[in-house]
Design a protein around this ligand. Structure first.
Ligand code: CUA
Length: 356
């Protein structure tokens, strides 16, 4: 009876795990379904190492079972004394040399990939006109949001990284406050963002995100950075090169855009009085703002990185950011707003967009 029950418990546990783990295979967030050359190379390394390790497990298990069955006392007789191999040089050499060979087989492709993926020389290359030939994005991680600056294009955005497909995109990674880690699971491995130095690497985005379930890849902070670490999400929109050029042009066209405190629109006026000191509404600029740039807010996929993208979520966030992201730096930075002002300012922020 008990045994039967235990078996069913195991089955239900497996069933629950199937439900939970099934989301791990989604192509917008899974390392196992890479959508770029870097992720593919890293997955191949992973599979290669697992294959070697699995072979070792299989061979050792087989030898163990073989010895276990073949040399049973019932088969060998009570008085059988096996051959004594203590201190055998041959065996010592065999089980020292085989692991060394396996480690060498693992080390060669791992080292080649490590050096290849860390090669950021192309970041400094320029074409005949002196323009940088590769796209570089400066990423700054902040408690608990992400800023993306495109120095060559003179634009800056936040929370949603926009990149072209089919080319290497180079990243300068740093943190403004504490250590974070920049990770887009389906595109490539993570890299720390530090306060004291700039880490560099490149990624390649080979799939347009518009075909994905939510139209974006998911990015995460992968370094425990405070109470809202698990909520420090960002999204990645990958566009065909010509669409990316259009996006850059519409971002550049927002130069000088601002909110006026004298506006007849209550939302804009409220924004100018309470939000503009920290949040820019023009995409032209450099990194270093207090709060996320909101120029593309209406085009984004989430509110505050985690909430569903609608006015209701935005009102919730403005009313009480602490309840959404504990420890965030927006809480208490602006005076009490009336319900009418919150509704109006939410409408205004949702209307900010550079995409048609
Ligand atoms: Cu930032 Cu975890």
């Amino acid at each position: 009876m008990m045994k039967g029950l235990k078996k069913w418990r195991l089955f239900s546990l497996l069933a629950v795990m199937t439900v939970f783990l099934s989301a791990c295979g989604e192509d917008y967030i899974s390392t196992l379904k890479p959508a770029g050359a870097v992720g593919k190379e890293q997955l191949n390394l992973l599979l290669f190492s697992i294959t070697i390790m699995a072979l070792v497990v299989i061979v050792v298990s087989f030898l163990y079972l073989y010895a276990f069955v073949k040399f049973r006392r019932s088969k060998q007789g009570e008085n059988h004394m096996p051959k004594q191999v203590e201190g055998s040089h041959t065996l010592e050499v065999i089980w020292t040399v085989i692991p060394i060979i396996l480690l060498l087989i693992l080390a060669v492709p791992t080292l080649i990939s490590t050096y290849k993926l860390a090669d950021v020389k192309a970041m400094d290359e320029v074409d005949e006109e002196g323009n940088k030939s590769a796209l570089t994005v400066n990423v700054t991680a902040k408690l608990y949001w992400w800023e993306f600056e495109y120095p060559e294009q003179g634009i800056v955005t936040a929370q949603e990284l926009v990149v072209p497909t089919g080319e290497k995109v180079y990243f300068n990674l740093k943190a403004a406050d504490v250590k974070h880690s920049f990770w887009i699971p389906s595109i490539g491995g993570k890299m720390d963002t530090n306060v004291e130095n700039v880490n560099k690497f490149y990624l390649q985005f080979d799939k347009e995100s518009k075909d994905l379930e939510e139209g974006v890849f998911f990015g995460k902070c992968a370094e425990l950075c405070g109470p809202s670490h698990a909520l420090m999400d960002f999204k990645v929109k990958t566009l065909a090169p010509e669409e990316f050029e259009n996006w850059v042009a519409s971002m550049q066209a927002t130069e000088g855009q601002t909110a006026s405190a004298d506006s007849a629109d209550l939302g804009e006026a409220t924004f100018a009085n309470s939000c503009l000191a920290c949040h820019a509404v023009s995409g032209v600029g450099a990194s270093g703002a207090m709060g996320p740039n909101l120029t593309t807010f209406g085009d984004r996929n989430r509110v505050a990185g985690v909430l569903e993208h609608n006015k209701e979520s935005l009102e919730k966030w403005i009313t009480d950011p602490e309840s959404v992201k504990p420890g965030n730096l927006m809480t208490g930075k602006y005076g009490e707003l009336s319900e009418e002002e919150i509704s109006a300012v939410a409408d205004y922020i949702m209307s900010l967009s550079v995409e048609e």
